[in-house]
Design a protein around this ligand. Structure first.
Ligand code: SF4
Length: 209
């Protein structure tokens, strides 16, 4: 049997989950290198390139001391775009040893294995969302960019089941984006769009990673 492929990893670190409905939960982050998009507002451009090739077992070896130190069993696979790489073996390994796995994706890729939590964050200008992401999403996170139009929120909202929250997240902690997010939020709820949430980036408020 072939060994599982190595994965290109930018960094592994502990923090509090900064975004989405898991905000504030102690979490070990595994940041994957590489992304198929090039968003101008990307907060993690450093992860587009480079990274270290690691086997799933080697990733687990780096996660284990963080778990012991911070007593958390949540691992978030983020990026870059983690689903550009074959994450299946890593997710299965993590779950075998009782971790709960959160995946953050831009929504453009198939999801090879169902995680415990899936954040789908579709990106402009196309806002592509694969059928796996539509089916498995736990939450939808929409960055409030300068180009985001109210009609786009409605179009994305109706693609997902109503019980999946759609969070409006200001872009990169910028004052103009908070103002715009609030305006779009009010407009969306007044129009009756279901399950719209106002959101933010906790790690930027606290100045942590
Ligand atoms: S999809 Fe995410 S990681 Fe990729 S470029 Fe856009 S913001 Fe950055």
């Amino acid at each position: 049997m072939l060994p599982p492929p190595t994965l290109k990893i930018s960094e592994i670190f502990f923090s509090a989950a900064g975004e989405g409905l898991r905000q504030g939960q102690p979490t070990i982050f595994v940041r994957f290198s590489g992304c198929n998009l090039r968003c101008s507002f990307c907060d993690t451009k450093y992860a587009w390139k480079g990274g270290k090739e690691l086997l799933p077992e080697e990733i687990l070896d780096r996660i284990a001391p963080l778990k012991n130190r911070y007593k958390t069993n949540w691992v978030c696979l983020t990026g870059g775009e983690p689903l550009l790489q074959d994450v299946g073996a890593l997710v299965r390994l993590l779950r075998r040893v009782s971790f709960r796995v959160h995946i953050e994706t831009n929504g453009t890729r198939p999801v090879p294995v169902k995680p415990d939590w899936l954040t789908v964050s579709p990106k402009p200008p196309v806002y592509k969302i694969t059928s796996d992401c539509l089916r498995l999403a736990s939450e939808v996170k929409l960055v409030v960019t300068r180009s985001l139009k109210p009609g786009e929120i409605g179009r994305i909202r109706e693609k997902f089941s109503e019980n999946i929250p759609l969070l409006l997240q200001p872009q990169s902690h910028a004052a103009w984006s908070y103002k715009k997010a609030w305006k779009l939020y009010i407009q969306a709820i007044q129009e009756g769009l279901p399950n719209i949430r106002l959101s933010g980036q906790l790690h930027k408020i606290y100045g942590i990673k």
